[in-house]
Design a protein around this ligand. Structure first.
Ligand code: FEO
Ligand code: CA
Ligand code: CA
Ligand code: CA
Length: 573
């Protein structure tokens, strides 16, 4: 068929088959181009160091270039434009063997001070100015007065209930108000007031564990003992002692937060919003309650962890970032309990309520947010199948979450299937949908299973949904991060050797139908999808491709890709 049947909300492109042979495939009539790869200069005024294919760039150069392992991303229009704006994007982690010129020097976990500095500079966030020319071809504007690199060493402010608390005090910061850096930044979202929320995910892998583990360390699965087996893959502690929990135990409490950045002001100080809890943060989709307050939905991507919601105390004020600078510091954090029969409740994580009292080990709200996992356990939160991104459909008020997979569900000693996590094991994941009766701040909700991976939803099969966004038209974009499902034969619907980006109309009367829009390069996951406000450009990140992408014969580079239609039309129609 040359003219594919239209799906709801006008989805009309021809599905990309998994059998394509090109490294990166999009439907006929579309073009995908690399816009900004690891090592490209971000456009700082002082210097534009070019990427060196031998990985010979210094740490100082890396701090002026895009970091590694692009992940969550958001687009911020300049002067309201859909063709000229800022992209803020996360650099989740590093492949140290690719980052450094001399991979052999890393043997046994060894690092030089320069290697640690380069690794820290390859983490964090980039802000790049991007613009389409008259022909619709996008490029990064260099130099740009907006360009910025935020790394694992950038000064940040702590705000909210844990700021100033004893649990966050360190020798370098006895007031517990100022932290250096952000890392493990995975999902991201723009707020309605024009800021960027970046989520600190697997921060626990960056610390040398303490010799004696307490219950909190164990709740985070820290392991004491030998350097090869204790989970500290980053090795930063060898040259920066704050990452050694034997010497600075409270540094551990200063990560795992959602960080708010004003992308329009490169001199602004990023803020860690502790009111939103401390977790392996994924997804931070922001909706608006009936009375105008901010409502943030957050997954925690780990097996049997939970889903959180934060509702601000105050309404969003007109006036952008400056008018809402403390909005996310006051409000109510809660955790989801999914009950059978499609009902559920948001359980408040509020000190003094229910079991969250001093005699149960929570002396104040700071302890509740620092030990969010233990607080959620005490409340009986539902243990989910690795909740990743969330998305709010502004037109319907429905909220979605991807549950990427959980191969451990149903194993001996592990929880079995429940209503909201109906498969044990769950190797291919699913998506859930909430309805809040017209008010995203409501305590009770209705929920249903929106889509099941592994070919159980009509249309193109998928596995391990992760990135999620709903564009201005209401088209849902689902990015996958699967270990390839290759047990099926080529040509089968379940043959999924590469990751993909799918489009879907979440409101279609017959239920969701998936259509494959992009097939990713070998080895890479698809993440950070974002559609420009006019729906004529789609930006997406390709993380951890195999060697040879984007340049044949070269070391691999994660990259932001921009996709447009050759006739300038709406993406996906
Ligand atoms: Fe960084 Fe949950 O993926
Ligand atoms: Ca993810
Ligand atoms: Ca993932
Ligand atoms: Ca990843």
């Amino acid at each position: 068929a040359t003219t594919p049947a239209l799906l709801g909300r006008g989805i009309g492109f021809r599905s990309v088959p998994m059998t394509v042979t090109e490294p990166l495939a999009v439907p006929p009539g579309y073009t995908a181009r690399v816009l900004c790869a690891w090592g490209d200069p971000v456009g700082l005024a002082q210097a534009q160091p070019m990427w060196r294919p031998d990985a010979g760039n210094t740490a100082a150069e890396q701090a002026q270039q895009a970091g590694m392992h692009h992940d969550g991303m958001a687009y911020f229009p300049l002067a309201g434009s859909a063709r000229h704006g800022l992209l803020a994007l996360n650099h989740e982690y590093t492949d140290e063997r690719v980052l450094h010129a001399d991979a052999a020097s890393l043997a046994g976990g060894a690092r030089t001070a320069e290697q640690v500095a380069k690794s820290m500079a390859a983490h964090g966030v980039s802000v790049v100015e991007v613009q389409a020319d008259a022909a619709g071809r996008w490029s990064v504007v260099r130099p740009s007065r907006h360009a910025r690199r935020i790394t694992a060493a950038t000064p940040m402010r702590l705000a909210g209930p844990a700021a100033g608390h004893a649990l966050l005090k360190t020798a370098a910061d006895p007031e517990a108000r100022r932290v250096l850096g952000t890392f493990a930044n995975c999902a991201a979202n723009a707020t309605p007031w024009g800021t960027y929320l970046t989520c600190e995910e697997n921060f626990q892998g960056y610390f040398e564990p303490p010799t004696a583990l307490d219950d909190h360390h164990r709740r985070w699965s820290l392991r004491s003992g030998g350097s090869a087996s204790n989970g500290n893959w980053a090795r930063w502690h060898l040259h920066d002692e704050r990452f050694d929990l034997r010497r600075h135990p409270n540094e551990f409490h200063r990560f795992g937060w959602v960080v708010e950045i004003d992308p329009h002001d490169p001199t602004s100080t990023p803020v860690k919003r502790t009111a939103l809890g401390r977790a392996v943060h994924e997804g931070a989709a922001v909706g608006v309650s009936k009375d105008g307050r901010a409502v943030v939905f957050m997954g925690e991507d780990a097996r049997f962890e939970s889903i959180f919601r934060f509702v601000s105390r105050d309404p969003i004020r007109p006036g952008g970032a400056a008018a809402n600078r403390d909005l996310l510091d006051h409000g109510t954090l809660s955790v989801a309990r999914f009950d059978a029969g499609g009902r559920g409740r948001w359980l408040p994580l509020v000190h003094g309520q229910g079991p969250l009292t001093a005699d149960r080990g929570f002396a104040d709200q700071a302890e509740v947010v620092v030990r969010t996992r233990e607080a959620a356990d005490a409340l009986g939160a539902t243990q989910m199948d690795r909740p990743e991104w969330t998305a709010v459909d502004a037109a319907t008020g429905e909220v979605y979450v991807t549950l990427t997979n959980n191969s451990a569900r149903g194993r001996p000693g592990q929880p079995g299937a429940d209503a909201a996590n109906p498969r044990a094991p769950n190797p291919t994941g699913h998506l859930l949908r909430w309805r809040h009766g017209g008010d995203l701040a409501a305590e009770a909700f209705a929920w249903d299973v929106f889509a099941l991976g592994g070919g159980e939803t009509p249309g193109d099969a998928f596995s391990s949904p992760d990135g999620l966004t709903i564009d201005a038209r209401g088209v849902m974009w689902i990015a996958t991060d699967a270990t390839p499902m290759t047990q099926a034969a080529p040509g089968d619907r379940l043959w999924l050797p590469r990751n993909q980006l799918l489009a879907c109309d979440p409101t279609a009367p017959g239920g969701p139908q998936m259509r494959r829009f992009l097939v990713a390069p070998e080895g890479s996951e698809v993440t950070g999808p974002v559609v420009a406000p006019d729906c004529r450009t789609l930006f997406v990140n390709l993380q951890h491709p195999d060697a040879g992408w984007p340049e044949a014969g070269q070391r691999p580079r994660s990259a932001t890709v921009v996709i447009t239609r050759d006739d300038g039309g709406l993406i996906g129609t």
